[in-house]
Write a protein that binds this ligand. Structure first.
Ligand code: ZN
Length: 483
């Protein structure tokens, strides 16, 4: 199935990408060989080496104004108080005022990986399974494949003697897997400087929903994380001596936490659903064709515990409705055996995944008011407090805007199918930072599949996703330049 649009003559570009395939696979192999694990202080020189690898590649391809932006020392907790953050790599390709400027973001650091964790092959020696045409290695799909994808697009244009239809700005960071330290400040600082002419931001750092159909991602949920602190006795007590004669913090906490959400997943805090944007018919339709099933949810959760019996309800509750999850209780007895303790102080943790149009501060007030009144009902003499630990807002874009339309055409050119328009239940905070600081649209254009195992063992990228991904990224720039 495909929708009607005027095709651009991109076949020579696609053919060139195919011709360069061995070289592109080799480029990824070299990048995977650098263990740029940002969470491991001892491997920090490797993260920096990866930045320099990219700089060399950018130079060879003809990028200009290449800069390594230093971010200073890493804030505690760190073993080495002088540990420097890895630099952010910036570069430009083209500087034509008549063309639009697109910023592409990716990260060159990776999650930790050891063969002993259960990998079938060495994680930092890329293994090409030629029978299934899959590339295995830490960083193949998250996020070195997509990062190199943009460089491959330039290389194909150079080889063809084609002009790039847009000015490209690259922004590659080396701390994404460790909280993107320093990135927000850098983006804010460069918004009117290095990123001055940027008209659009494209991020290739998420995945298809499933394994067969390409997707474009237009929304992410936010997350407000709270804790409820209840304390009573001056120290942990023995239930044989104090059971039945003191007010127990744990009993209060369980009572309060049990009132937050029902077993069907419905949030019990009044007013939360009133803030949720109504579902329009147009939005509802987007869910019809999405390649997903209840079976896939069951496979992913390793159970048959779905709260909803159909695809559309599952996806809507994952993407466009809020959810409340109870995460744990600090200070509670949680080991094996039968300890007869009465914990003196317990801290209950829960979070709410937020969606349009929930206002974060209003949500906090609703949460505090409700929990305070539930605790008051108990008439308990214990000390009580509820507070926000951290929050991050949701993001949603218009899936019918210029960049999504261009990306949809590019995807159809390459994959012969209209992509699914998806959202994600989790968050990618940098998306919102770029949108707010630069005041431009952001597009999430993933390369890898849902089963790539981004943060787990045997991370992989199918060669077809890598190569067709390069074609899609390049075609996207052409369609976007004409939009
Ligand atoms: Zn990533």
């Amino acid at each position: 199935m495909s929708s009607k649009y005027e095709k651009l003559p991109l076949d020579p570009f696609f053919k060139t990408i195919d011709e360069l395939k061995p070289k592109f696979i080799d480029r990824l192999r070299k990048a995977i060989a650098i263990p740029s694990v940002s969470s491991d202080e001892g491997l920090r020189p490797q993260v920096v080496a990866m930045a320099h690898f990219l700089v060399d590649e950018l130079k060879t391809l003809g990028f200009h104004d290449i800069q390594l932006k230093e971010l200073g020392t890493q804030p505690p907790p760190v073993v080495d108080a002088n540990l420097q953050l890895p630099p952010i790599v910036l570069g430009r390709f083209g500087n034509d005022p008549a063309k639009k400027t697109v910023l592409v973001y990716g990260h060159y650091d990776v999650q930790p990986a050891l063969k002993e964790d259960g990998w079938s092959t060495e994680p930092f020696t890329m293994y090409h399974d030629e029978k299934n045409d899959i590339l295995f290695g830490r960083g193949t799909t998250d996020d070195k494949g997509p990062v190199l994808g943009w460089l491959n697009v330039i290389e194909a244009h150079n080889k063809l003697g084609w002009e790039l239809p847009v000015n490209l700005v690259v922004c590659f960071e080396g701390m994404e897997e460790s909280g993107s330290l320093g990135l927000d400040e850098l983006v804010a600082k460069e918004a009117k400087e290095y990123f001055k002419d940027v008209k659009q931001v494209t991020i290739s750092d998420n995945y298809w929903l499933g394994t067969t159909k390409p997707v474009l991602t237009y929304g992410l949920r936010g997350c407000n994380y709270y804790q409820i602190i209840i304390e009573g006795p001056g120290a942990d007590l023995h239930s044989g001596i104090f059971g039945g004669i003191v007010a127990e913090p744990m009993t209060d906490l369980i009572k309060v936490m049990s009132t937050l959400v029902d077993v069907k997943g419905k949030i019990q805090i009044p007013g939360v659903y009133d803030m949720v944007a109504p579902l329009t018919e147009k939005e509802d339709k987007l869910y019809d064709d999405i390649d997903f099933s209840v079976g896939e949810l069951n496979a992913a959760s390793g159970s048959e515990t779905s709260l909803h019996d159909n695809k559309k309800d599952i996806l809507k509750h994952r993407w466009r409705y809020p959810s409340l999850s109870l995460h744990g209780i600090e200070g509670a007895f949680s080991g094996a055996g039968a300890k007869t303790v009465i914990p003196a102080k317990v801290v209950g943790k829960f979070s709410i995944r937020t969606v349009p149009d929930i206002d974060s501060k209003t949500l906090d007030q609703l949460v505090f008011k409700y929990i305070n009144s539930e605790f008051e009902k108990l008439g308990s003499p214990n000390k009580f407090k509820v507070e926000l630990i951290h929050d991050g807002n949701y993001w949603v874009s218009d899936p019918f805007n210029e960049s999504f339309t261009a990306a949809s055409k590019a995807t159809q050119d390459v994959w012969n199918v209209v992509p699914d328009f998806t959202r994600e239940g989790g968050s990618i905070p940098i998306t919102l930072t770029f949108e707010q600081e630069l005041g431009v649209d952001v597009l999430l254009l993933p390369m890898g599949r849902g089963d790539d195992g981004a943060h787990s063992i045997n991370e992989k990228l199918n060669v077809s996703n890598y190569i067709n991904g390069c074609k899609t990224l390049g075609a996207y720039l052409h369609y976007y330049s004409k939009a």
